[in-house]
Design a protein around this ligand. Structure first.
Ligand code: SIN
Length: 349
């Protein structure tokens, strides 16, 4: 009996010592399909943002062997409903918890529809070298072969890996590790939807085993954007080019109160039809800053293609897709509307 008691006490002590040595990962839950539930295992319609942070964590076997998990529900929504003020709230929350010396990394659970935008936004405003991982799922938690639990397990494995330090915000989905700047959603339903068309994944993670390839463009943990005292972000519109755009619609965009910037999802190399000349001139006269991106989906926009940038004082969006170019433009506009400086930002971040 004494021997049994002694061995129980010994295992308890070694468990406590093990738990004390494990890294602490802070999970911030925001909703999405990873927290979604459906009425049947094969249903394609479901309610995103139904499960709580606690329920998501409980659904992942072995997560507590990797790390001590602390958590908080920041909000619980379909990511299509995420607002710019949600972003500020989330970013401030990440900045707060990551500065706790006992926290090694942050994992954000998120809907996949706008995950890429949140990832890039956080990459530009979070001030830390500790890993920040964003993860989601394409299938709700109640589906056959739900992908959320393994994605979350892998996300925590990446978060605690020492090689993840100093790489900025990363996205972990379907065994891939992606740079938050480069990643984009490429398929409406497939679990392999997240890709970085210009750079490829920066690594892979298989059942928690992390393997980095290379780090691509420098991540932006030291980017100069600071949102701690910001209540709202500048208004920036995205204009998607297609054949025969109605220029009256474009003129109406310029009537938008407080519009500070426009990203043009141009055709091909960020090209803009000749008949939009007046729109460009009028927008610049109003001090609205214009970035050329492309609707094509991959590749970079060449500087001064068709003399557009020098003729109309525009900015070439490099290889950012339109929705990400909008984020960098919004953040740049917080401190400047100088076209040369903002162009420099597009070649740096
Ligand atoms: C969402 O973005 O919240 C819904 C879709 C998803 O998470 O896959």
């Amino acid at each position: 009996m004494r021997r049994l008691l002694f061995s129980i006490v010994l295992s308890l002590i070694s468990f406590i010592a093990y738990a004390a040595n494990k890294p602490t990962v802070y999970l911030l839950a925001t909703g999405g399909t990873i927290a979604g539930t459906a009425s049947s295992q094969t249903s394609t319609t479901y309610k995103a943002g139904s499960l709580t942070a606690e329920q998501i964590i409980a659904s992942v076997p072995g997560l507590d062997n990797l790390a001590n998990i602390k958590y908080e529900q920041v909000y619980n929504k379909d990511s299509g409903n995420v607002t710019l003020s949600d972003w500020l709230k989330l970013a401030n929350e990440v900045n707060k918890v990551i500065n706790d010396p006992n926290v090694s990394a942050v994992v954000v659970t998120h809907g996949t529809d706008t995950l890429e935008e949140t990832a890039y936004f956080l990459d530009l405003v979070i001030k830390t070298k500790k890993p920040i991982i964003i993860v989601g799922a394409m299938r709700p938690a109640t589906a056959i072969s739900a992908d959320g639990p393994l994605n979350l397990y892998n996300a925590v494995a990446v978060a605690i890996n020492p090689k993840s330090i100093g790489r900025g915000v990363m996205v972990v989905m379907n065994d891939g590790i992606y740079d938050g700047r480069d990643v984009t959603k490429t398929n409406t339903t497939n679990v392999d939807t997240f890709q970085s068309p210009n750079t490829g994944p920066i690594g892979h993670v298989v059942m928690g085993k992390v393997n980095y390839h290379d780090n691509g463009r420098a991540n932006a943990y030291d980017a100069p954007f600071n949102i701690s005292n910001i209540k709202s972000l500048p208004s920036v519109a995205v204009v998607y080019e297609n054949v025969g755009v109605d220029t009256e619609m474009l003129d109406n965009i310029l009537k938008t109160k407080n519009l500070k910037g426009i990203v043009i999802a141009g055709v091909g190399d960020g090209n803009i039809p000749d008949y939009e000349k007046d729109f460009l001139i009028n927008a610049r006269k109003k001090g609205i800053v214009i970035v050329r991106s492309s609707r094509v989906g991959s590749g970079e926009v060449s500087y001064d293609y068709n003399n557009l940038d020098t003729t109309y004082d525009l900015i070439a969006g490099d290889d950012l897709n339109p929705q990400k170019a909008r984020i960098l433009l919004m953040l740049s506009l917080l401190t400047t509307n100088d076209v040369k400086q903002i162009q420099k930002n597009f070649y740096t971040y």
